[in-house]
Design a protein around this ligand. Sequence first.
Ligand code: URA
Length: 433
Amino acid sequence: MRMYDIIQKKRQLCELTFEELQFFVNGYVSGEIPDYQASALLMAICFAGMTDNETANLTKIMASSGDILDLSAFGSDSVDKHSTGGVGDKTTLIIAPIVASLGCKVAKLSGRGLGHTGGTLDKLESIKGYNTSLSSAQFMSVAEKCGICVCGAGENLVPADKKLYALRDVTATVSSIPLIVSSIMSKKLAGGANTIVLDVKTGSGAFMKTYEDSLELARRMVSIGKLSGKKVSAVITNMDRPLGRNIGNALEVAEAYNLLCGKTESNDLLEICITLSAEMVSRSKDEPFEISREKVVEVLQTGKAKETFLKWIGLQGGDISVLDSAAFSSAKYKTEVLSPADGYISSADAEGMGITAMMLGAGRQTKADVIDMRAGIIQKACVGDKVKKGEVIAILQSDTVEDHTNAAERWLKSLAITDTPPANQPLVYDIIR
Ligand code: URA
């Protein structure tokens, strides 16, 4: 087999066989196929696309390029949730204890944040002592005891994706839907769960900016999951504005914990968490969505989900005594951002707000950057709220960056204030099963 012929075949819009895709992936991972040939094939895929069958084959081959988590000990109870990335997205911290309280097992390898979106591991590490690198035996034991374990994905989880993603990033080939599907779904297949619920974000702060692209991505991911023998649903949710009130690592943990304690100020966050949790339980237990939804609301109301959260964090070494203290998420330097006008907040550009958080030190511009765990933003007014000129609409905070002038300007640039209230936007657009 020759890489030249595979590139030419794709360029001529033909379907590649399993063997051809395997030759490409394995050859690229081992270093036998050079970057220039891999880039040429990726670009041909961008233009020619891939059938579902080809995408499913590529996904399987990528998934088996490294370790595959064995969650068979949990039978059909193993569930996973994946978000395509957003700003203020702390849903894993809330959903995992909810579904674990209902008998599901969330044994999950998560990633760190890069750019304007945050990562679950960074958020968890804002809790002193939380250990993200357990041995396989410890990982399974924690999940067995409390229904949850969230650790960092090692270097050998889908090495093919690490190499291919880095190449896509520099060859303008990231946005091809079959390449995104195979990248995300290979990691989900290697994650080993039986049921997978995908939170496909749509809007200004999301990877997919339009509903049509998000729908196409959702449909393709569900179809590839099914072809690989998994139960998969995709919930398309709004990321035109940040999710919830807080952005930043410790601030997001505090917001998630408060919600589990029954003290949320964000109905949007609550509603998205209830929907995603209900979908996970419903698919995992094969029961009607509405029945699962009622159970989800009940474990939130009785405090069972909060107890599961505390047990989980404690078992992974986190100091749970800090969570009830305001000092946990409070920072040294704080700046109030005042509304420049009377009116309604009619839009909030989530990407711009994520960039503001990064300017304060809450995110990384490069992989090597060190995060300020308590840096971030508390929104005092969100989309739809009526504001008065001079009213505090946000608080910026950090432990390291002293001067918040540029960050405050960036924040204000992300907002629109108008005389009339904005039209209501859906929170959950669709569920694809
Ligand atoms: N997220 C991924 O993991 N891969 C992509 O290709 C895009 C988003």
